[in-house]
Design a protein around this ligand. Structure first.
Ligand SMILES: [Mg+2]
Length: 439
């Protein structure tokens, strides 16, 4: 797996709860990295067995492998290994690796190893989303991200391509950057190139996300359900008027909702059904939810819309939680009233907390996704708040923005690669972890 954030470096919180030798039977944690003697680089066309053969020849000269990294780009292999002192001397080592290179048609380079770099405790994941699958990220755009990292005093450890579809996406693993400066410089790069750039600590916390809560209107679906209903009731203009007054701060959300629902009075259930059938999922919504479920996330929706719409979505997508406003019905028609408390901005954040508590996880392990002002509290409360094609005020407040119109692009921000999504779809995904044992 080419996961940048899966590299076995120290946890970024810097915590060390290994009590040392004896206490729990573990050996002491390693001290500073030992100086390697040689740096071996191998590059060329990849074929199965190259790394195995290389290890065989290194074993023959009895050299220690102190570090090893390998990447493939379009079938081209680049491998780097830090090696200890060869017992038989450097000439013997050079001889075997050069012979190995000739036999495999590869390029090798053996040079004295540079001084070890202290292990960085402070690792960030920078996710960059491009504009669509037809336009790869340009050198200027990638350069702006890299320049932002450099300006913040950071170093790029690794770059991993996350996806080419539905957008081009990369993850930069960054060490040693001043996080505030990094956020500022990347914000500038994002604004000047209209990119979505997410910055998160790359450690355990990021991989421990367990719950995603989504807004519905203009997030999980492309529509505003109140407008679908208003179109059936013939009061679309009036409803939009009230919506605008609410957005301008003249009305609070709950009053605005009750006022709009009053206009729907006498709408019959057949009209509700017609409105429901016009509801359109956001592109990538199914992939997003399906992949999250396969990864073991709980997924919920909280909506300022109505259960007549969200219940069907929850059943269709297999969601764990769905909460929305309840329209009162009498004699097969809407009464124009909402039953119970209105799901507003504060209630959405409260529901996020409730879902997290039900899953037994802290808020730091939650993700909230939304586009409107009534999502602001839950975006702020979540471990990661994602503004999805959101109003400017929401974009400014959220941890990260996604402005491409594909909901599954959020997977890349969570560090999931497109090939992992496709593998899971093809049924060849990792599934539950199983130990490898001899037959
Ligand atoms: Mg919305």
């Amino acid at each position: 797996m080419g996961h940048g954030h899966d590299a076995p470096t120290a946890a970024p919180d810097g915590g060390d709860d290994h009590p040392g030798p004896g206490a729990d039977g573990l050996p002491p944690a390693p001290g500073p990295e030992r100086a390697a003697a040689w740096l071996l680089r191998v590059s060329g066309e990849d074929r199965p067995g190259i790394t195995a053969d290389l290890m065989t020849v290194l074993g023959l000269v009895g050299v220690q492998v102190q570090d090893l990294e390998q990447v493939l780009v379009r079938g081209f292999l680049t491998l780097a290994a830090a090696l200890g002192h060869p017992p038989g001397g450097a000439d013997a080592l050079r001889e075997v690796v050069e012979q190995f290179a000739r036999e495999h048609g590869l390029h090798v380079d053996l040079s004295p190893a540079p001084a070890p770099v202290p292990e960085q405790l402070h690792v960030d994941a920078v996710t960059v989303l491009g504009h669509g699958f037809e336009t790869p990220l340009s050198p200027e755009e990638l350069g702006a991200v890299a320049g932002g990292v450099a300006a913040a005093g950071g170093n790029i450890d690794r770059i991993v391509r996350l996806a080419r579809y539905p957008v081009h996406a990369y993850e930069f693993r960054v060490t040693g950057a001043d996080r505030l400066a990094l956020r500022r410089h990347l914000g500038e790069a994002a604004a000047s190139h209209r990119l979505d750039i997410a910055l998160q600590p790359a450690g355990l916390e990021r991989r421990a996300k367990r719950l995603v809560v989504l807004d519905v209107d203009s997030t999980l679906i492309q529509d505003e359900v109140i407008e679908l209903l208003a179109a059936e009731a013939g009061c679309l203009d009036q409803v939009r008027d009230i919506t605008e007054r609410a957005m301008a701060g003249e009305l609070d959300f709950a009053s605005a909702l009750r006022e709009r629902v009053r206009l729907l009075r006498d709408l019959d259930l057949a009209a509700l059904e017609r409105a429901r059938s016009r509801m359109r999922l956001t592109p990538g919504a199914r992939t997003f939810v399906r992949t999250l479920k396969r990864l073991g996330y709980a997924v919920g929706i909280v909506s300022g819309g109505f259960t007549h719409f969200t219940d069907g979505l929850a059943a269709e997508l297999g969601l764990d939680h769905a909460v929305a406003n309840v329209l009162e019905v009498a004699d097969g028609r809407l009464t124009g009233r909402v039953i119970g408390d209105v799901v507003d901005r504060a209630r959405k954040a409260e529901l996020l907390r409730d879902f997290a508590a039900a899953a037994g996880i802290p808020l730091s392990q939650t993700v909230a996704v939304g586009d409107g002002a009534n999502d602001l509290d839950m975006l702020a409360a979540a471990g990661l708040g994602v503004a999805f094609n959101a109003k400017p005020v929401v974009q400014e407040a959220a941890d990260t923005t996604v402005n491409v119109p594909y909901l599954d692009a959020i997977l890349f921000v969570l560090g999931v690669t497109r090939s992992e999504v496709e593998q899971a779809d093809a049924g060849v995904g990792p599934g539950p972890l199983s130990p490898v044992r001899p037959e």
